[in-house]
Design a binder for this molecule. Structure first.
Ligand code: TUI
Length: 315
């Protein structure tokens, strides 16, 4: 499938991997890129030298294009913004903020910039600032989210900007990709589907939580702090919600989540850890390789978009 996104990025299929904190490291990014999509290293809160080393390791595993996601709440974001230039990373995606202050640096150095946005207003601002494309991310997504669903957000962003739009939030199979394309997207970013891939380094307990999840198993913490985060319901989220209802202060809530994503991803603490995942987790039943994921999804999406198959033919 060729779109302005495959052309822009020089990739075979318009599938982009989310830049997930602790999960999107070099093995996963290289596997997605080698499978014809765009792999992304998630810089998240990592120190700048760790990000540099991840980029170098990724280059050893793939000759294909890959990107780095810069989480703008990261205190090291300025340093990481510079490192992607020094390491000649082809693509940068950003999350959890407005990357305008880095735009001149990146554009002057030929970096393709794709901010993740959760609103039409930020999408328009990013286009004016020189973004090459945007990811429109609905609130079905895992992790830090905005307030609008993918179904409502994607066509509104498509109508508001001329640059290509990549859809994110709620897609994990070919039906989701085809639907996003029908809404006007030219690519799809998936996170949760790749967390449950063979090449993902997350602890087996975390993968099992995704593979066993039902439609209603995610919840959103942090609405009261201004940083809503979608994750799978567990002891931590129940405790968090209880404290939020009691109106405890921000620092008390922070204590509950300090290091909790790392504990879930690396140590498999799925009881008091944070299991970030999207609402589509309930659709994901099997751990597969990134190659299998991408080729099966694209085969199904292409069949649907060409009218040659129906939506019952699930992969
Ligand atoms: O960034 C994400 N997803 C993330 S970041 C993350 S790490 C984190 N952990 C705990 C609390 C906060 C962050 C985990 N998942 N997705 C992209 C995304 N960006 N979703 C929503 C936004 C967003 C929200 C507000 C982008 C911009 C924004 O405001 C822009 C402004 O005007 O400042």
């Amino acid at each position: 499938m060729k779109t302005r996104i495959t052309e822009l990025l020089g990739i075979e299929t318009p599938i982009i991997q989310g830049g997930m904190a602790w999960v999107a490291e070099h093995q996963l990014a290289a596997a997605v890129s080698n499978a014809g999509g765009l792999g992304i290293i998630g810089a998240a809160s990592a120190p700048a030298d760790v990000v540099r080393s991840e980029i170098r390791k990724c280059k050893e595993l793939t000759d294909k294009p890959f990107g780095v996601n810069i989480m703008l709440l990261n205190p090291n974001a300025d340093e990481v913004a510079q490192i992607v230039v020094e390491e000649k990373v082809k693509v940068v995606t950003t999350g959890a903020g407005n990357p305008s202050k880095y735009m001149d640096l990146w554009k002057a150095n030929g970096v393709i910039v794709i901010p993740v946005v959760a609103s039409v207003a930020l999408a328009k601002m990013m286009e004016r600032a020189g973004a090459d494309a945007v990811v429109a991310e609905g609130m079905e997504s895992g992790g830090h989210i905005g307030a609008t669903t993918s179904f409502a957000l994607i066509p509104q962003v498509v109508d508001a900007v001329s640059i290509p739009v990549i859809a994110a939030g709620g897609m994990a199979d070919g039906r989701g990709v085809a639907a996003a394309m029908m809404l006007g997207a030219e690519g799809v970013q998936m996170g949760t589907r790749f967390v449950a891939s063979k090449e993902s380094i997350v602890h087996a307990n975390y993968k099992e939580k995704i593979l066993k999840a039902k439609d209603i198993d995610s919840t959103v913490t942090g609405n009261s702090t201004g940083h809503p985060v979608r994750c799978i319901r567990n002891k931590m989220t129940n405790e968090y919600s209880r404290l939020e209802k009691e109106g405890v202060d921000f620092m008390e809530l922070e204590k509950l989540t300090l290091g909790s994503l790392r504990r879930a991803v690396m140590e498999g603490d799925v009881v008091s850890g944070t299991i970030m995942a999207g609402q589509i987790a309930g659709l994901i039943k099997e751990e597969k390789s990134c190659q299998e994921i991408i080729s099966e999804i694209m085969e199904q999406a292409e069949g649907l978009l060409s009218g040659k198959s129906d939506c019952g033919e699930k992969k």
